[in-house]
Design a binder for this molecule. Sequence first.
Ligand code: ZN
Length: 196
Amino acid sequence: MDSYNILTEKELALLSEGTSQLPLRVLQTTDEIDNQILHQVCTPVEPRDPNLKLLISRLYATVRDEEKPGVGIAAPQIGVNRRVFLAQRLDKKDQPFEFFINPEIVWYSKVKRIGEEGCLSIPERYEEVVRSLAIQITYYDLEGQHFQEIVEGYTAVILQHEYDHLNGVLFPERIDEQMQQEFFDASPNGELVYKK
Ligand SMILES: [Zn+2]
């Protein structure tokens, strides 16, 4: 096990607040300190660190919070700047939440789609974001096994949104970036392709 990447005492103290079935506070961009934490690049974790289960269960309780449920959540959103996120697999039967440890998106399709996004960390903002229609993602499980898969459609959008969180990027910044790429070709079925 790589001891350099195990969760710190400070991170564990945060994750141990209350009981593990309770949601934690979601950091908000409207708070200056939260906003700084949300914009940090997260560091990898050791997949076999036994404390990762606690991180994952707190993330799950938080994304499933009845008062503000989501389809995905990344560790920095609860104040832990680590490369872990949860995403709802809308492309699978029963639409389970799955966790992704040290994920890497290793391929983005050139064909894009546009769709509305919101974020648990950004109050009352829902806007259209251009994302790749399909991606290839690699990640680890808790046994340290490495996986790769190709995902498309709205689930691929969730994965791109959550992956961005691990690099300190929030969806309004993607919109700003896209505003500078002015020209799209719209295909008849509504998919978008960058001209350049
Ligand atoms: Zn988000």
